[in-house]
Each structure stands twice: as C-alpha cells, then as structure tokens.
Design a protein around this ligand. Structure first.
Ligand code: 5GP
Length: 252
C-alpha cells in the first residue's frame, strides 16, 4: 500500500475568537505585532483544528416572510496585496464553476489587460460616489488612494443564482460585511512568509515602487486584522493545494 503524502505547507487554520474582540477592533490600531507566521489571536496560538462550517446565506424557506430563493453562499476573501488572491480565485473558479467573484467597483485606473465589467467596474470618483449615495454599495472603502466597493446588485444576483459569491475585499471592508452578513464564510489568505510577500510584490510589474512600499506597509495591518478576525486562515504556498483547502472549507 502506498503511503499517503504528508500534508504540509498549505493549511487551514480555524481560529475561535474567545475574546470576542474582533468586531471592536479600531480601523488601524491593531498592528500590535501579530506575526504572519506563528499566527496568534490575543497572543494565544490558534488551535489547528477544522471548524465545520455549513453556512448558507439568506433566510430559511420555512420562515415566514420568505421572498427570494437565496441559496448561494457568501465568502469574504481577503489577504495582503501580492499574496496571490487573483491567481487562487482563477484556479478555484476553474475547479468549481459555482465559484464566482462579485465584480467590485473602483475608481482606480485599469491595469494593462484588465477589462471593465470583468475585473472591476471602473468608475469615475463622481459616478462611484453617486452609486454609494444611492445605497448601491454594500460597503466601500478608500484603499491605496482609490475607492473600492461591493455592488449590492451584483452580489445578490450571484447569491440568488445559487453561486458561491466571492467578495475579494480588503480587511476593513471584510469587517463591515461580517457585521452586515454574519452568515458569510470568512477566509484570509496568508503568504508563506513576509519576505516572500515582499518578493512577490516587488516582482509584480503592475505597481510603481512608491505604490509597492504603501502596499507593504498596509500588509502589516492586513495581516494583524486578518489573523485575528477571519475564521479560516489559508496559507498560500502552492495554488492547487490552496484550492483544495478552500474546497474543504466550503464542504466542511
Ligand atoms: P487591487 O487594486 O490590487 O485590485 O486591489 C487593492 C485592494 O482593494 C485589495 O486589497 C482588494 O482586496 C481591495 N478591494 C477590491 N475590491 C474591493 C471592494 O469592493 N471593497 C473593498 N473594501 N476592498 C476591495
């Protein structure tokens, strides 16, 4: 009999939040040295356990007042810039066609190869704020000097179609959605190490050096909040394994 390959690098770490401090975190003041590796919550090492999750967005059809056959699942998917969120999402989508990213809106200029309506809805600041004022965004945040927001309509459509609707958003947006949609599955993608994250960001030719420095600084805060407040921490070492872990979370 062949020995089963050892599970290593890619891991799902499900953390309970015994202190219940997540929701009370200030916007930026939590970067109190929570390490990227050696993940901890309130200074206590997280238990490496599987947390069975079967959360379905929407209300039970048996409940009174039920209107929409909402059967999809909402996933808040965050991670520091350069950790590989897009690559992982592309691979996850190929593996599981139900997985679809909610196309966010942004005021940032398109990068080479990015397509309006596919990668983002690229809007002027004025158009963006108009939509936000009309409550068309579930949340919106200023990230790296640009506005990013989650269009409610796009998200609800995917959920009504029974899809796994992925919100690829920053941690501040993630915290807001957690409060508004407590049934959402929360996943934070971790780099193998801070050094590797730096290498990946620098290797990316899409950002200018100044932008890279800003993103590196922001990564510290993202890691501190992500490792504290997200239910599932997934180490992204090898894309296929990462997708295995994400599928396991969905099916857990
Ligand atoms: P990028 O410019 O690299 O595509 O994205 C920059 C950051 O904005 C990433 O951390 C990404 O997750 C975040 N982001 C993208 N869309 C949204 C959104 O709709 N809401 C929020 N809050 N952040 C977003």
């Amino acid at each position: 009999m062949r020995a089963r390959p050892k599970r290593e690098a890619t891991a799902v770490i499900s953390c309970a939040d015994p202190s219940g401090t997540c929701r009370a975190l200030p916007d930026t003041g939590v970067a109190s040295g929570t390490p990227a590796n050696g993940i901890s919550r309130s200074g206590t090492p997280c238990p490496w356990i599987w947390l069975p999750l079967r959360r379905v967005s929407g209300r039970s059809p048996r409940k009174r007042g039920y209107r929409h056959p909402v059967t999809g699942r909402l996933v808040i998917f965050s991670g520091p810039s350069g950790v590989g969120k897009d690559t992982v999402l592309d691979a996850w989508r190929l593996r599981n066609p139900l997985v679809q990213r909610v196309v966010a809106a942004t005021t940032r200029a398109p990068r080479p190869g990015e397509v309006d309506g596919v990668d983002y809805h690229f809007l002027t600041r004025e158009a963006f704020l108009n939509k936000a004022n009309c409550n068309e965004m579930l949340e919106f945040k200023e990230v790296f000097g640009n506005l990013y927001g989650t269009p409610v309509e796009g998200m609800e459509r995917l959920l009504a179609e029974g899809k796994v609707a992925i919100l690829k958003i920053d941690v501040q947006g993630g915290l807001e959605v957690m409060a508004k949609r407590p049934g959402a599955v929360t996943v934070f993608l971790l780099p193998p190490s801070k050094a590797e994250l730096e290498d990946r960001l620098r290797a990316r030719s899409t950002d200018d050096p100044e932008d890279i420095e800003v993103r590196l600084k922001a990564a510290h805060t993202e890691l501190a909040i992500g490792t504290t407040c997200y239910e599932h921490l997934v180490l992204n070492v090898e894309v296929d394994r990462t997708v295995d872990e994400l599928e396991a979370i969905l099916n857990g």
